[in-house]
Every structure is written in structure tokens, then in C-alpha cells.
Design a protein around this ligand. Structure first.
Ligand code: NDP
Length: 246
């Protein structure tokens, strides 16, 4: 039977590439979309035309009950979740001087609380079955901090601590927990940055002098999800064109 992979935020740039990669490898791929997202049917139809039949569930990953309901529906209707990719995320950039509580809470909720919310209903089942993969999509800006991103850098850095602590707790149970920290990848999130800023401030910081491709991150997710990666846990893998090495 095909393993079930739940990818949150699969209708975004990176998530879509992850869904396609895992489906191509034979996983039964399920994704989530924000309850207010009116484009989910169109996205599913577009994917169907490309030969991918994904299932998608409405889920606000920042909301504990919504995440629990989504995970329960996937388990009941499709099967136990073997691979969880915590990918959904947002930015609300502003300097700390302007940072207000709603923009702090929104980013912490969607990028960090979400990891707890989605992992909580999934992890025990993985442990009981003796196999599981939890892959958290963080960011280079969680490793090094970024101007105007106290909220996002804090949330993404928090994912690293979560990853290492949970990896210890489930290490003997066949479940691995890892974090991927992408640098700048050419998705909607990054293409929303003014071209001039990309050209003058961001690309010059990247030794490879280009943005990453979503498929390059998806390949890494696929490796971490595989049986071959069974001995790799608690790691944070940077994929950033050489922008930040540590
Ligand atoms: P996109 O903006 O393209 O996609 C983000 C996805 O998250 C969307 O599918 C969106 O769904 C979903 N999402 C947002 N809020 C919620 C919510 N409350 N509940 C459920 N889903 C939600 O971003 P990317 O694909 O670029 O980013 C994916 C991940 O990679 C993020 O965690 C991001 O922080 C991280 N990352 C991205 C980098 C980049 O350069 N692009 C670099 C480093 C990290 P919907 O549209 O339905 O709201």
C-alpha cells in the first residue's frame, strides 16, 4: 500500500513542488488549504490535468481544533499519515518598531504553533506503527535572523528546537524529525519582493547568484521521507545556494 503523505500548504509554490515530487514517487499525497482559499478546486483540477490526483482538506494550521479535525479526516478517509510535511507559512514583515501584536501572533501561529498543531494528532500513530517522517520547513532567516522579520525569524528558529527535542523522544520508534531551511526560493512568497530589492540586496548575497527552485527543495523532502534516510534525525539541512553556511 502506498504511504500517505500530508503536506500542509500544498497549493503554494514550495508545497506544490513537494506534492508533485512525492506523488511521482508513489506516495498517496494529501494537502491542506486555508478555509478561505477559493482557488482550491481550480488547483486540484489543474493538477488532475497534469496527471496528479491529490486530495485536499480545508485546514487553518494555526488553529489547534482545525488541525486536529483535518488530521482525523485524513486518517479516517485515506489512511494513517506516514509522512507529515509542515510546510504552510506566512510572512508579515516590518521592523520591530512597527511590529504589532496581531502581526506577531499571525506569524508565530501559522509558522510555529502550526507545527505543534499538526504534529500532535499524527505523531502517536507513527510511533505505534513504528515508522514515520516529520519534515518541518523552516528558513535561512530562522538560522541567521533577518531585518524586518523578528516574528518570522523567531517562528522559524523555534522549529529547530521543536525538531531536535521531538527527534530525541521518538528516535527509538522508527520516527525521524528533521528541519529543512531553504534560502530564497523563487515562489510567490519571494517574487512578492520588489525586483529591485531582489537584484540589489538578495541575489548578491547568494554565492550561486540565483534563487533556488522549488523542485530542489522537494528533492530534499523526498530524501528525508525515504527509507534511506532512516538514520538521519534531529537535523537541520540548509539549502540556500551557499548564502549561509553553518
Ligand atoms: P506560499 O506563500 O507560496 O505558500 C504558502 C502556503 O501556506 C499556501 O499554500 C497557503 O495556503 C498556506 N497557508 C498559509 N497560511 C495558512 C494557514 N493558516 N492554514 C493553512 N495553510 C496556510 O509560500 P512558499 O511556498 O514560498 O513557502 C512554503 C514554506 O516554505 C513556508 O513555510 C515558508 O516560510 C518556507 N520558506 C519559503 C522560502 C521561499 O524562498 N519561498 C524560503 C524559506 C522558507 P492558502 O493559499 O490556502 O492560504
Amino acid at each position: 500500500m502506498a504511504r500517505v503523505a500530508l503536506v500542509t500548504g500544498g497549493m503554494g509554490g514550495l508545497g506544490e513542488a513537494v506534492c508533485i515530487k512525492l506523488a511521482a514517487l508513489g506516495y498517496q499525497v494529501v494537502t491542506t488549504y486555508s478555509p478561505g482559499n477559493g482557488k482550491s478546486a481550480a488547483w486540484l483540477a489543474e493538477m488532475e490535468k497534469l496527471g496528479y490526483s491529490f486530495r485536499a482538506y480545508p485546514c487553518d494550521v494555526a488553529d489547534y481544533d482545525s488541525a486536529a479535525a483535518c488530521a482525523a479526516a485524513v486518517a479516517a478517509e485515506i489512511g494513517p499519515i506516514d509522512v507529515l510535511v509542515n510546510n504552510a507559512g506566512i510572512t508579515r514583515d516590518m521592523t520591530f518598531k512597527k511590529m504589532d501584536k496581531p502581526n506577531w501572533d499571525a506569524v508565530i501561529g501559522t509558522n510555529l504553533d502550526s507545527v505543534f498543531n499538526m504534529t500532535k494528532p499524527v505523531c502517536d500513530g507513527m510511533v505505534e506503527r513504528g515508522w514515520g517522517r516529520i519534515i518541518n520547513i523552516s528558513s535561512v532567516n530562522g538560522q541567521k535572523g533577518a531585518f524586518g522579520q523578528t516574528n518570522y525569524s523567531a517562528a522559524k528558529a523555534g522549529m529547530h528546537g521543536f525538531t531536535k527535542a521531538l527527534a530525541l523522544e521518538v528516535a527509538r520508534k522508527g520516527v525521524t524529525v528533521n528541519t529543512i531551511s531553504p534560502g530564497y526560493i523563487g515562489t510567490k512568497m519571494v517574487m512578492a519582493i520588489a525586483q529591485e530589492v531582489l537584484d540589489t540586496k538578495i541575489i548578491p548575497q547568494i554565492p550561486m547568484a540565483r534563487l533556488g527552485k522549488p523542485e530542489e527543495v522537494a528533492g530534499l523532502v523526498a530524501y528525508l521521507a525515504s527509507d534511506e534516510a532512516a538514520f538521519l534525525t534531529g537535523a537541520n539541512i540548509a539549502i540556500n545556494g551557499g548564502q549561509h553556511m553553518c
